[in-house]
Write a protein that binds this ligand. Structure first.
Ligand code: DGJ
Length: 468
């Protein structure tokens, strides 16, 4: 049991036998105190021990150490009077002037937020020093030289082929508004799939689940919504199982869909959609635990509450077990990962395609209780950090061989031209004690710190792939 639970447990020691009771109870209390101190010491010691182990791995590798360097970012906003009227108008609604500027299609900083073709990363053309470097926000091309279309995506490591598969929304169509007040959208084209051995050069495997062109009643009819596809492998039925957010153009269907395939590169057969546990489901993800049990995590109840529940053994359905998390906190874009027995989740707030502040949460048991630890973003500048580096979480991928090291995957949405949305991949490290007071704990550092480090340019430690 962790010390948090010890602190929370009410102590029910009573004595009614007069003054002798005071000395007896004093002895008992002292004994209990000693026991508690010893327990605390061993817990802290144990935790520090764990931390040290991770730190050794991290600091042992000079490149991982580099990734933990705090890197600043200067974004010089135009002086107030010189910002476009559109950005000025937005100022009332948005938290930071940086986000106003970001959302302004005429911003003079457009090239900073969405750098043009010239700086695109072409894995087949990059030479020498630039190989394997991630440049968050730049155009990222596949091995054929086309921009990668895998937005709101997730990655599956396929043990059989020793290959990574990246699935996401294929959004290479025109952005439009279904009606005046509707948010920007692209018709469904399908789920894009890319494969890679090195997590940097990605081969286009095509659209593995395609839109329905003619049947208007079909979930995948092009004017509907298909978002945030995630794939996990089910050993029992030997199928690759895809879960995705299915909606109508107004986001009122609020459902979750499933599809299956015999191979990771598809084609996937669409099975249908449902409202899990009878509730609305919008932004979602799935998480497969080490024991093979998988979970669906989804924004529900008009995005006010996040729901989590286990899937059936075949991963094709939910079972009637569900927990409500972060009630009233309006969190979406969940990305779940696990380190040394602790579950972590990154979420965003709900502001459409506009970026907002990420939060990290932790739990001893995946069904909760979950505690919120605060904003994990490190570096950049303050405005950048409270806008998740102008991006929104979608997935967290463990880095094999480096316990506590992950890739944080996020989308920098371009609401004016969604097909041109960018990828922000950054190192996420779980290490050392968290420094934020927790929601309802004793305030002692109980969880490890989760940090997402900003880098303009970074690469995975050399030789990481030998650990697979
Ligand atoms: C925010 C969600 O995270 C995205 O997946 C998408 O649904 C947009 N909202 C639509 O506005």
């Amino acid at each position: 049991m962790r010390m948090r639970n010890l602190y929370r447990k009410p102590t029910a020691l009573r004595c009614n036998a007069g003054s002798r009771c005071y000395s007896t109870s004093a002895v008992i209390w002292s004994l209990l105190g000693c026991l508690l101190l010893f327990h605390l010491y061993s817990n802290v010691h144990h935790k520090h021990g764990e931390g040290r182990e991770v730190q050794l791995r991290v600091t042992n590798h000079p490149q991982l150490h580099e990734l933990q360097q705090v890197e600043g970012e200067i974004i010089q906003l135009p002086p107030k009077g010189k910002r476009s009227p559109r950005a000025a108008k937005r100022r009332h609604k948005r938290v930071t002037p940086l986000v106003d500027e970001f959302l302004d299609e005429d911003s003079r900083l457009r090239h900073v937020f969405f750098p043009g073709n010239k700086s695109a990363i072409h894995p087949m053309r990059v030479t020498g020093n630039d190989s394997y470097y991630y440049y968050p926000g730049r155009i990222w091309l596949d091995t054929d030289g086309n921009p990668i279309q895998a937005h709101g995506g997730g990655i599956l490591y396929d043990e059989r082929s020793h290959t990574y598969y990246w699935y996401g929304e294929y959004k290479d169509g025109p952005t439009y508004h279904a009606h005046k007040r509707a948010s920007a959208r692209v018709d469904i084209i399908g789920v894009g799939c890319y494969s890679s051995k090195d997590l940097w050069s990605w081969k286009n495997e095509g659209i593995v689940l395609a839109a329905e062109e003619s049947n208007v009643t079909h979930d995948l009819y092009k004017t509907n919504v298909l978002e945030r596809p995630k794939v996990i492998y089910n050993e029992k039925i030997r199928k690759y199982v895809m879960w995705m957010h299915i909606d109508d153009a107004n986001y009122t269907k609020a459902s979750v869909g499933t599809a299956i395939s015999d191979t990771p590169d598809g084609p996937f057969e669409y099975l249908g959609s449902q409202r899990p546990h009878g509730y609305e489901s919008r932004d979602m993800t799935v998480f497969k635990d080490e024991d093979g049990v998988a979970y669906l995590i989804y924004s529900s109840e008009e995005n006010n509450v996040l729901h989590i529940g286990p899937l059936t053994e075949d991963y094709l359905n939910v079972i009637p077990v569900m927990r409500r998390l972060f009630v009233g906190q309006r969190r979406e874009a969940p990305a779940v990962f696990k380190h040394q027995g602790t579950y972590y989740m990154i979420t965003s707030g709900c502001t459409g395609w506009a970026p907002n502040e990420a939060l990290v949460h932790a739990a001893e048991s995946i069904l909760g209780p979950w505690e919120t630890m605060g904003n994990p973003c490190v570096g950049g500048n303050k405005m950048f950090r409270i806008a998740t580096f102008l991006a929104q979480s979608t997935f967290v991928l463990p880095l094999p061989g480096f316990p506590g090291s992950f890739i944080f995957m996020a989308d920098r949405w371009n609401p004016a031209n969604l097909r041109d949305s960018r990828y922000v991949w950054l190192p996420l490290i779980v290490e050392g004690p968290a420094d934020h007071a927790l929601e309802y704990s004793s305030g002692l550092p109980l969880w490890s710190r989760v940090s997402i480090y900003w880098h303009r340019k970074w690469r995975l430690p050399q030789g990481w792939s030998t650990f697979k």
